[in-house]
Ligand binder design. Structure first.
Ligand code: ZN
Length: 452
């Protein structure tokens, strides 16, 4: 039994003083507020729950900052994607281990304690399957194991170049599966995570561009009660192409033709009509928002105010991993809404309400649902995923309660993170993951070769 004591902690009911958290085998056994610390407690100042990054493509961490070149005419998502394909085509399994390990170390240092890995880099460089079809999933599992981050593996089904069952192009060859190959891949992927503590699995039909309707129907049963993630309505051009193909918009099509429910997470859902916003919120699915990537790629701004007003649920993901951090994603989400509506503190309608706390609560619950975590936060039965903040940071000094969270999210950022526990394991202390130096060395060796 591990016993931590915090002077302040953010519980589901709000801030509490003098909180003892006890856990065993990675699971919280008890949370008690209003108790003095004893010599048996490890003492810390302030605790918030660890969040999930519900959407990540780990290999893309290797190309962070490399796609900031202007394309030929109007530089959009589609020119970024060409850079991504070139990078994806060169990586070996060892490169994937190196890149994913550093990424997960960084996620932990910056407040994420679980990752939903939307995994589509499956095959060898010539497009043929590895001897173990889940070789790359094994590498993701290795990175999770080494770093200690919780893993929800979401093997992606990817079959076509665009809507209407178009043939994939050569740059996509490492992603492509038939339904039969994907069924085999799923079985091998289950094996890849079987021994990993706290890991689980779902499926990820890549998008309506990459998956034909009959294929979507064929793979959904592979999920059972597990999560189903899909990219939808990220780009204006994607919406136009979907309309040309089906007469419907991507979210509209999914809500009518697929059994969208609480298992589902629609990644981005940036471009929705009012009717789509209301219907998606009512479906119980989670919107998987990736505010930094959406800004980086020029995707657009999610209808957060309308979606939340309709009772919608969202979580956040780091997607392209161009910049990683809980504070960074939640800040970008809020700032995007401020730029859109030309107002401040968007979700608080009452004077004096603060920006940070509702974001944190909603993202915690949405991330947990999307990655099939029955409990989340500092409650008995949840995984012991805890982040402590350094209250001597200048942007936190002298503050209490919600003002601390605002100081973290809007001013201090990841600098204010002190210790991080994932599944009860204390992985980060003094803001540094125990593997930081070796993970950077290995990552740098891989990336120096890849960009040469
Ligand atoms: Zn994505």
């Amino acid at each position: 039994m591990t016993r931590l004591h915090f002077a302040f902690a953010l519980l589901p009911s709000g801030w509490a003083n003098d909180v003892r958290v006890e856990f065993t085998d990675g699971i919280i056994a008890s949370v008690t507020a209003g108790v003095a610390s004893t010599d048996a407690d490890e003492r810390h100042q302030l605790a918030v729950p660890g969040l999930a990054s519900l959407h990540s493509h780990a290999f893309q961490r290797g190309m962070a900052g490399l796609a900031e070149l202007r394309g030929d005419t109007t530089d959009t998502f589609w020119t970024w994607r060409e850079t991504m394909y070139r990078f994806a085509l060169t990586m070996t399994p060892d490169d994937v281990t190196a890149v994913a390990t550093l990424l997960y170390v960084e996620m932990l240092e910056r407040g994420f304690t679980r990752v939903g890995e939307f995994h589509y880099l499956h095959h060898d460089r010539d497009g043929s399957p590895y001897a173990n079809p889940a070789e790359m999933a094994v590498r993701i599992a290795e990175a999770s194991d080494a770093s200690g981050i919780g893993l929800t593996l979401l093997p992606s089904f990817y079959a076509h170049g665009t809507f209407g069952g178009a043939a994939p192009h050569a740059g996509q060859r490492r992603f492509i599966c038939s339904v039969d190959q994907f069924t085999t891949l799923m079985a091998a992927s289950r094996d890849a995570i079987r021994k990993l503590p706290g890991a689980n699995i779902g499926i990820a039909p890549h998008s309506l561009r990459a998956v034909a309707p009959d294929e979507l129907a064929a793979i959904i049963p592979l999920a059972g009660a597990d999560p189903i993630h899909i990219h939808a309505a990220e780009q204006v051009r994607e919406v136009g192409d979907c309309l040309a193909w089906s007469g419907q918009r991507p979210v509209e099509w999914l809500l009518e033709h697929a059994p969208v429910d609480q298992r589902w997470c629609l990644i981005h859902a940036t471009h929705m009509t009012e009717q789509e916003v209301t219907a998606l919120a009512g479906s119980g699915a989670v919107a998987g928002l990736c505010p930094i990537t959406e800004a980086s790629l020029g995707d657009g701004i999610f209808s957060a105010r309308e979606f939340l007003a309709a009772g919608g649920r969202f979580g956040v993901g780091t997607d392209s991993n161009v910049l990683v951090g809980v504070a960074d994603e939640l800040r970008q989400l809020e700032y995007g809404q401020r730029l859109k509506h030309r107002e401040r503190v968007i979700e608080q309608r009452t004077a004096g309400g603060r920006a940070g706390t509702p974001r944190e609560h909603v993202a915690l619950a949405g991330g947990a649902q999307a990655l099939a975590q029955a409990k989340s936060g500092l409650v008995p039965g949840a995984r012991a995923d805890i982040v402590s903040l350094d209250t001597t940071h200048p942007s936190l000094a002298g503050r209490s309660g919600d003002a601390v969270l605002d100081g973290w999210l809007f001013a201090a950022g990841s600098d204010a993170i002190d210790c991080v526990w994932a599944g009860g394991d204390k992985l980060v202390a003094g803001g540094r993951h125990r593997l930081r130096d070796s993970a950077r060395e290995r990552f740098n060796a891989s990336v120096r070769r890849l960009v040469a």
